[in-house]
Design a protein around this ligand. Structure first.
Ligand code: 8X3
Length: 251
């Protein structure tokens, strides 16, 4: 028997990177996985590759769109009982005084409101059911601030606060809450941050054995496959080559 049989999972930001790897890992353990993301074409490809998966096209910044997509994917009486709130991004890495409000809004709306919207469309039903897992994708950036990271770090600190608050508000419900907080992971995170400047993005990971999306998916899988009385609260995951948000060793 696979460990997540009979579970229905929703993964946000599932079209690539950590979200995609997590969707694959959950499906391999028998979960039926709903893949939430904006890029429809990418979702249709993943649907073919991940058994039992279904792509839901939505933007986490739009709560009504999320609710509608989810409602269309669930039969009456079905409940998402595992949600991985992964969608997140950064824009730029310059000093705060050089940042611009449009970038700030995009990052704040995606990383903070997007997580709240994901909770809004899944948590009430889990509470009614009396079981489920909520996994937040935090970051070491939510624990330690680095130069040029003020806004991104602030959003990940907010995710950590939401995790702590949700656990307390749902105490006794049977729903478990986990935050997985990775350091450097080799994904398109930096390409998005630097708006497609591949050279600059590549420099972030140059000579570093960074974490892979699969490493993070492994940590998530560990948390959600513990016995019901165990709640893995917080996992901080570093590459062996990284000792702090500013200390990285390169070959
Ligand atoms: C991403 C990790 O250190 O690049 O969450 O901000 S970092």
């Amino acid at each position: 028997m696979k460990r997540l049989e009979n579970r229905i999972a929703l993964v946000t930001g599932a079209s690539a990177g950590i979200g995609e790897a997590t969707a694959r890992a959950l499906a391999a353990e028998g979960a039926r996985v709903l893949l939430g993301a904006r890029r429809e074409e990418r979702l249709r490809t993943l649907e073919q590759e991940i058994p039992g998966s279904k792509g839901l096209v939505f933007d986490v910044r739009d709560p009504a769109g999320m609710a509608q997509a989810l409602a269309g994917a669930l039969a009456p009486g079905e409940t998402v009982d595992l949600v991985v709130l992964n969608a997140g991004m950064a824009r730029g890495a310059g000093p705060l005084q050089e940042g611009n409000p449009e970038d700030w809004s995009e990052v704040v709306d995606t990383n903070i409101k997007g997580v709240l919207h994901g909770l809004h469309v899944t948590l009430p039903a889990m509470l009614t059911q009396g079981s489920g897992d909520v996994v937040f994708l935090g970051s070491v950036a939510g624990r330690w601030v680095y130069p040029g990271g003020a806004v991104y770090c602030a959003t990940k600190a907010a995710v950590r606060a939401i995790y702590e608050g949700a656990r307390q508000d749902a105490l006794g419900s049977g729903v478990r809450f986990t935050t997985v907080d990775p350091g450097m992971v080799k994904t398109d995170f930096s390409a998005v941050r630097f708006r497609g400047d591949e050279e600059r993005a590549a420099a972030v990971y140059a000579g570093v054995d960074a974490l892979t999306p699969g490493d993070v998916a492994d940590a998530i899988l560990y948390a959600v496959t513990r016995p019901a009385h165990v709640n893995v609260g917080e996992i901080v995951l570093w590459a062996a080559a990284q000792a702090s948000v500013t200390a990285v060793t390169r070959r």
